[in-house]
Design a protein around this ligand. Sequence first.
Ligand SMILES: C[S@@+](CC[C@H](N)C(=O)[O-])C[C@H]1O[C@@H](n2cnc3c(N)ncnc32)[C@H](O)[C@@H]1O
Length: 278
Amino acid sequence: MFSSDLMALCADQTIPLWDGTYKIPWHDPDFSARMLEYHLTDATELASRNRQLIAEQCDWILSQLPEKCSILDLGCGPGLYAGPLTESGQVESYLGIDLGPASIRHAQSTHTQPNMQFVQGDVVEVEFPDAVDAITMIYGEFNVFSPDDVRRLLEKAHDALVPGGLLALEVQSADAVRQLADTAVSWSRESSGLFHDGPHLSLIENQWFAEQNAARQSFHIIKPDGTVSTYHNTTAAWSFEALSSLLRAAGFEHVQRQNSWPSGNPNLEMITAIAAAA
Ligand SMILES: C[S@@+](CC[C@H](N)C(=O)[O-])C[C@H]1O[C@@H](n2cnc3c(N)ncnc32)[C@H](O)[C@@H]1O
């Protein structure tokens, strides 16, 4: 590959921000299988929290819910929250939806009880059940949806919840997204990684799109034969005020920042809202 080709890839602000592949390929079977290892290990928090923190977060979620209730978990990954949420009997039914085929297979084979269901699909497209008591989306995935998809998602969530039902979104703080965009470009040589199962060079660059208030991280994976694959991860920086107004437009009230949420990470915060009667 010529360096001019590589230069053309870098910092290309003409690639539309929220069109095409603006997310990493969660749906891809090989990527999903590699990602599953990161979800399941407690050695890194790249994809999921460690088991101890997950247990504390589940206790916090349960403390917000009625004595008997149902939960819809959006972007549930391999179902690490399903066990701790259901074991006390307070949550009578749990449904997790996720795009990753390996994650959903893992969740289904680990949790075979009839009150725990897992569906593979895109949360923007898959039909939600009716009359759920709570909807969760954990670990910052909310920010990685386009503003149009966020609006659709919030409307669907409102329609699925009982009046008075809880929406719990763990979001990336606007400051953290801005800082991500300022992270310097980095090169590394890898024997294997998330984007390629074999030796490669990895070039990661970050850009800030001021007009759209969003950061884009681009991963250029250069294989030994010179071929390059590029993946993007685009992250919206929602201020609390912008998020509150989106939530209110979708029919939610009592939007709150929850300081007692055991985040374990200063870049992530819990925002809750209550579904108002339609
Ligand atoms: C950072 S991981 C968090 C997983 C899980 N909530 C946890 O904390 O263990 C984000 C998850 O969102 C899922 N995801 C991303 N986009 C999605 C979409 N459009 N529909 C369903 N799941 C999606 C990914 O497959 C991934 O499992």
